[in-house]
Design a protein around this ligand. Structure first.
Ligand code: ZN
Length: 129
C-alpha cells in the first residue's frame, strides 16, 4: 500500500508563480496537507522552481480530482512515496498539464525520508464543486 504522495507544483514565469500562489492558498483552505516552502530555483531532481504538497493516501480521492480541475495549467508531478525515491519520481508518477525533465540520478534508490509526514494546514472551507 502507498502511505503518502507528493504533488510538486512547478512555475517558470511570473505569471505561473502568481497562479501557483493562488493554487497554494486554495489547497491550504480545503485540504489537510503539508505545504513545503517555495523553491524559486530548481532543487534536487527538479528542473524548474516549485513547491511541494505532501499528503496522506486517505485524502487522495478527494484532493486529486479537485486538483485535476483546478491546476490552472501548471505542470504538476504527482508521485507516490514508496521508500524508493528514484522510482517514485521517474517510474511511477502522473503528470498534470506538461511533463518536465526529472534528474532521477540525483535521488537515492532507497530512502524512508519521505514516508514521515505531519500535516501543517487546517482546511477552512469545504471543497467547491
Ligand atoms: Zn516529492
Amino acid at each position: 500500500m502507498i502511505p503518502s504522495y507528493h504533488a510538486h507544483v512547478y512555475f517558470r514565469t511570473q505569471a505561473e508563480r502568481e497562479k501557483a500562489e493562488i493554487l497554494r492558498a486554495q489547497i491550504a483552505e480545503r485540504f489537510v496537507v503539508r505545504l513545503g516552502r517555495w523553491h524559486d530555483v530548481p532543487v534536487g531532481p527538479h528542473t524548474a522552481p516549485m513547491f511541494q504538497v505532501a499528503f496522506l493516501a486517505g485524502i487522495f480521492s478527494e484532493f486529486i480530482p479537485w486538483l485535476m480541475l483546478n491546476h490552472a495549467g501548471l505542470p504538476i508531478l504527482l508521485h507516490p512515496n514508496t521508500g524508493r525515491p528514484r522510482d517514485d519520481h521517474v517510474r511511477y508518477p502522473f503528470w498534470f498539464a506538461e511533463i518536465l525533465a526529472i534528474k532521477g540520478e540525483t535521488l537515492p534508490e532507497i530512502s524512508d525520508e519521505a514516508l514521515e509526514m505531519e500535516p501543517n494546514t487546517t482546511p477552512q472551507s469545504k471543497p467547491v464543486k
